[in-house]
Design a protein around this ligand. Structure first.
Ligand code: ATP
Ligand code: MG
Length: 276
């Protein structure tokens, strides 16, 4: 299968081996930060059958007429079908979504050479529609190593690892980087492995300080500063299904300020031009 990505917006995949490290929070918040800072529309693709990213941006289960599961099922059967057929609006400014649903879990074990290229094919089919409307795509993934994750990485142009500053998270970040390097070496030479973002950092915890020091010792410049802090306002925003930007509190402002530093760095890597 020969595919051209020339006209497609760049696509950032957010990955981690360990669950609960903040992939979904980071992916959704980065999507909105990229939209705001670079004055673009961003498409958030929810690759996790838990559909947390879909809920995070305010789309209720069953609300979107088509889901990513439909995309996986139809893209190989209908030559005209692309991911743009499943785009749904959100309440977050500048962010649209392709929602997940629980049935997506049945796609997780359907891996082989062709099946792993379904998301990439769905993007390619929609190249014109996506290029016209979106400046970037952000893909949220599920923890693990199955077919959905391989599809997400093979469909992306750029990859960001998220970890928490805990020993298990570090092990997961290490494995995620090695897995990405292996996919780049064998199947996807154009993949840019951007770096490792530390989320949920608490400066008062000695263990967090030790863990980030170990992470930097192991991966050097791949580890992105500043560490994104653990802030209760992030949980408040989640409960209200609003972006953290909407919470008027010091903790929320601190989180957003640090995340925006990463968003600017990602935008530069994706060749986006900042709004002046
Ligand atoms: N920086 C933060 N400060 C405080 N809470 C956070 C932060 N980042 C994430 N959380 C909270 O931690 C929990 C897990 O976050 P999230 O759902 O983003 O992780 P995940 O890696 O996507 O999980 P999963 O592996 O289940 O997909 C959520 O309740 C989220 O609101
Ligand atoms: Mg998640």
């Amino acid at each position: 299968m020969t595919l051209s990505f020339r006209r497609l917006p760049r696509r950032l995949v957010v990955v981690a081996r360990k669950g609960g490290v903040g992939k979904t929070t980071t992916a959704a918040q980065l999507a909105m930060a990229l939209a705001q800072i670079f004055g673009i529309e961003v498409l958030l693709v929810d690759q996790d059958p838990q559909a947390n990213a879909s809920a995070r941006v305010g789309v209720a289960e069953g609300e979107a007429p088509r889901t990513l599961n439909d995309v996986y099922l139809w893209v190989l059967q209908h030559p005209e079908f692309g991911i743009h057929h499943a785009i749904h609006p959100t309440t977050w400014p500048g962010v649209s979504v392709v929602v997940a649903e629980e049935a997506l879990k049945f796609r997780e074990s359907e891996g082989d050479h062709l099946m792993d290229l379904r998301l990439r094919l769905a993007f390619e089919r929609s190249a014109a529609e996506l290029a016209e409307r979106f400046g970037a795509v952000v893909i949220d993934t599920l923890p693990g190593t199955g077919a959905l994750l391989r599809n997400a990485i093979l469909g992306a142009t750029d990859l960001l690892v998220v970890t928490d500053p805990e020993p298990d998270g570090l092990k997961g970040a290490d494995r995620a980087i090695k897995a990405a390097q292996s996919i780049k070496a064998t199947q996807h030479p154009d993949l840019n492995i951007l770096g490792i973002l530390v989320n949920g950092y608490d400066a008062s915890l000695g263990e967090h300080q030790r863990c980030v020091a170990d992470l930097v010792a192991a991966h050097g410049d791949l580890v992105w500063e500043p560490w994104v802090p653990h802030r209760a306002d992030v949980l408040t925003a989640r409960g209200l299904q609003v972006p953290v930007q909407r919470i008027k509190a010091n903790g929320a402002r601190d989180y957003v300020r640090k995340l925006n530093i990463h968003a600017r760095r990602i935008g530069a890597a994706l060749d986006l031009q900042e709004n002046k």
